[in-house]
Design a protein around this ligand. Structure first.
Ligand SMILES: NC(=O)c1ccc[n+]([C@@H]2O[C@H](COP(=O)([O-])OP(=O)(O)OC[C@H]3O[C@@H](n4cnc5c(N)ncnc54)[C@H](OP(=O)(O)O)[C@@H]3O)[C@@H](O)[C@H]2O)c1
Length: 324
């Protein structure tokens, strides 16, 4: 097998494409031949030692992937050799093969292509848990989505539309805004050229959005929070923009508003039954055509460094997927 190995987490340049012995699965594990693996923002952080999860060295990055089960360890029930699965195991995806815990493998129904499957779990689970569980978004409410053309952002647009909300999508370029409109956004704000607060005020007739979905942070957070509606819910998803913002606490007081943390990974670990029910709903929505990953492009696995550069330079729209 081949894989991108991180022996020193000082950045993408230190990754090397290695020829490694193909491992045999231990108890509870399966060997997966990887067909597709998507890039998520944490994949960028983990190779720089900036992510909360710090795997022992050396490790193969690649949090999320899909492929074919080629060998089963002891004690596996419900998975078979030759079956296609999607898996989010945190590491291992950027290679030709990996070992994965069987309990993290989601068997794929017919008609769920590997490229879509590899781009599905992290973004859709995060956005569903955020908007519906943590944010209590209801039909007829307005949601403002920042970084709306990114991975979690495009999933959030589709999920908010699936529950009947009005979507204001905000992104940094006209091209990204056009993508958001194509994904069903009711209105867009280009915060590369427009004043965010003024645009929100105009689009909501001064009322503000009921829910703000924020995977960007940085300088967008305070103006977005200042614009929120009475009883609004501000969803803290991530800080792709860099700095972790600080907010004056009089702002939630004045709006009767809530600042709501979202950590899908721990939700899945602590509340596995609720997570499984959510994933089942998302799989049904996929089969009904309500949600479908936006694929920025596919690239050969060997071009991982170029893919990382594309994500780091803010160029990805939707999901970038590496393929073998
Ligand atoms: N809380 C959770 O459970 C959870 C789960 C998954 C992901 N996340 C977090 O969500 C965030 C987004 O993840 P993602 O996979 O959707 O990433 P992504 O596809 O790269 O999207 C991030 C968006 O952030 C914006 N951005 C602003 N400044 C940026 C910068 N300096 N570099 C890169 N992007 C920048 C970009 O939109 P514009 O150019 O339009 O501003 C970009 O489209 C990350 O912080 C990630 O860690 C959180």
């Amino acid at each position: 097998m081949h894989a991108w190995l991180c022996e020193n987490p000082i950045g993408v340049d230190a990754l090397s494409w290695k020829d490694l012995p193909t491992p045999q699965p231990g108890a509870g594990e399966v060997l997966i031949e990887i067909q597709a693996a998507s890039l998520n923002f944490p994949d960028l952080l983990i190779v720089q030692n900036k992510y909360q999860m710090k795997p022992p060295l050396p490790f193969v990055p690649g949090s999320e992937y899909a492929g074919v089960v080629r060998a089963l360890g002891e004690g596996i029930k419900g998975l078979q050799i030759g079956q296609t699965v999607a898996c989010l195991s945190g590491t291992g995806g950027f290679g030709t093969h990996t070992l994965a815990p069987a309990k993290l493998c989601m068997p794929l129904p017919d008609g769920f292509p590997a490229v879509d499957a590899a781009a599905f779990i992290m973004t859709y689970a995060t956005s569903h848990h955020a908007l519906i569980d943590r944010g209590q978004l209801k039909a007829g409410e307005t949601v403002l989505i920042l970084g709306a053309a990114g991975g979690v952002g495009t999933a959030a647009i589709q999920i908010a539309k699936a529950v009947g909300a009005r979507v204001i999508a905000a992104a940094s370029t006209a091209e990204k805004c056009a993508l958001c409109t194509a994904q069903g956004a009711d209105a867009v704000i280009n915060y590369g050229t427009e004043n965010l607060r003024e645009a929100i005020k105009t689009l909501t007739e001064g009322q503000g959005p009921d829910v703000v979905y924020d995977p960007v942070g940085g300088e967008l957070a305070e103006p977005a929070f200042r614009s929120i509606a009475w009883r609004g819910r501000y969803l803290v998803i991530g800080f792709a923009g860099g700095p972790i913002p600080a907010l004056p606490l009089n702002l939630p007081l004045l709006k009767g508003a809530s600042l709501v943390g979202v950590f899908w990974g721990d939700f899945a670990r602590r509340e596995p039954q609720a997570n499984a029910a959510m994933m089942a709903e998302l799989a049904r929505w996929y089969s009904e055509g309500k949600v479908k990953p936006v694929i920025d492009r596919t690239m050969p696995m060997s071009e991982l460094k170029a893919a990382y550069a594309r994500m780091g330079s803010r160029a990805v729209m939707g999901k970038l997927v590496m393929v073998n």
